[in-house]
Design a protein around this ligand. Structure first.
Ligand code: FAD
Length: 365
């Protein structure tokens, strides 16, 4: 580190500081180094690697969006995931067939969310037979239909973040600062100074802040609140029965829930929409009776055969922004950019969020 300091007790200096080692921060750091291998980058996490929402993410990537801006982010992220796979040799992603259970009258609205212009179609007899074999007791209301789309993707978010960080740290001038909780970011003498909870500091020419669910308890809290950012509990149950090879995912579109085969874990992931708003990551977070009731009600209605296997799951917090549209914008002037608002989809939107953040800093459109 000595060559980065003046030797007079000044703080270590970098070209870019990235606060956050989750999917968004890791991608931003990776793109920064790819774009300019000479750029000295410090990635900062308040704890260790894998402390955030990224570690517990289900990694389901349905390239959809409820508004044009979200669809543009989803489409751009799909392209960037493709480039990542080419650049890294493997981006930890695999195709998964997807079937949708949706009220008939909402099918057109579902079609309109597809970022790649794909359209849903009724499941074929063969697909329906596989669904019946895969989801024991599969049932739906008379006004609901089962639809299919082209295969989508399931990734391994934490694996990818680690892989990207390893690439970044492969350059000897780059560093990972762990246990460095940034409490303040200020501009001083043409530099950005990042101050930690214990008073230590580093400086950088520019900074990207990707704090995930810690957004309201750190240096961008005020700016994020102004943009309507909130935090919410995100819950995905585990259905402890092994998904058969080739099992499709089933999206319960009307309930904003999905059943995703998780082959590495030998079980299903059942993501529901927990109603617990304003629950930050430093609070004790647990799957509670209300979440379980919601999950049980959905299973009882649609896949009753999974009810006995509903055991445990994963719970964390995420940052949600209005319209579930991520916010990537400067904070208090040039040189500092925040990339926030995964809104439960922050893995699949992370590449475009990270690219946008870097473009803003680099003055690219
Ligand atoms: C259970 C669950 C399932 C999910 N499933 C999906 C899914 O299927 N598909 C999908 O697309 N998304 C999913 N998500 C959402 C997705 O995981 C998140 O939106 C995404 O991981 C957020 O990434 P991030 O980099 O913004 O934040 P995080 O991964 O939380 O990383 C935040 C980083 O910032 C650091 N940090 C924060 N504040 C400070 C500070 N003051 N000083 C220093 N460091 C700081 C932390 O240490 C951490 O490294 C899911 C989320 C959960 C919880």
């Amino acid at each position: 580190m000595s060559e980065r300091t003046t030797g007079t007790g000044e703080a270590p200096h970098y070209d870019l500081a990235v606060v956050g080692a989750g999917a968004v921060g890791a991608l931003a750091a990776y793109y920064a180094v790819r774009r300019d291998p000479g750029r000295r980058v410090a990635v900062i996490t308040h704890a260790g690697r894998g402390t955030g929402a990224t570690r517990l993410s289900a990694g389901f990537d349905t390239p959809t969006g409820h508004n044009p801006a979200q669809r543009a982010l989803a489409a751009r992220s799909t392209a960037l995931f493709g480039e990542l796979a080419a650049g890294l040799g493997d981006a930890g992603r695999a195709p998964v067939d997807v079937r949708w259970l949706v009220t008939r009258e909402n099918a057109a609205a579902l079609d309109a969310t597809m970022a790649d212009g794909d359209r849903t179609r009724p499941v074929t007899g063969e697909q329906r037979a596989l669904l019946d074999r895969t989801f024991p007791g599969l049932a739906h209301d008379d006004d609901q239909v089962l639809l299919s789309t082209a295969p989508m993707t399931v990734g391994q978010p934490q694996w990818l973040a680690d892989r990207l960080l390893d690439e970044v740290l492969g350059h000897p001038d780059n560093t990972l600062l762990e246990g460095f909780r940034v409490t303040e970011v200020r501009r001083t003498g043409g530099r950005v100074e990042l101050v930690a909870a214990d008073g230590t500091r580093i400086t950088a020419a520019k900074a990207i802040l990707a704090p995930g669910p810690w957004v309201l308890d750190g240096p961008v809290a005020a700016a994020a609140r102004e943009r309507g950012a909130r935090v919410k509990k995100v819950v995905a149950f585990h259905i402890m029965t092994p998904p058969p090879p080739g099992a499709p995912a089933l999206v319960l579109e009307d309930a904003d829930a999905f059943l995703l085969p998780h082959h590495p874990g030998g079980h299903w992931i059942f993501s529901i929409t927990s109603p617990d708003w304003d629950r930050g990551p430093d609070e004790p977070l647990a799957i509670d009776a209300r979440d379980r009731e919601l999950a049980r009600a959905l299973l009882a209605r649609h896949v009753p055969g999974f009810l006995p296997h509903l055991l445990g799951g994963r719970v964390f917090s995420d940052c949600f922004t209005p319209g579930h549209l991520p916010v990537v914008d400067t904070v208090g002037g040039d040189g500092v950019v925040m990339a926030i608002g995964g809104s439960g989809s922050g893995y699949r939107l992370a590449p475009a969020m990270a690219e946008d953040a870097l473009n803003l800093l680099d003055g690219r459109p």
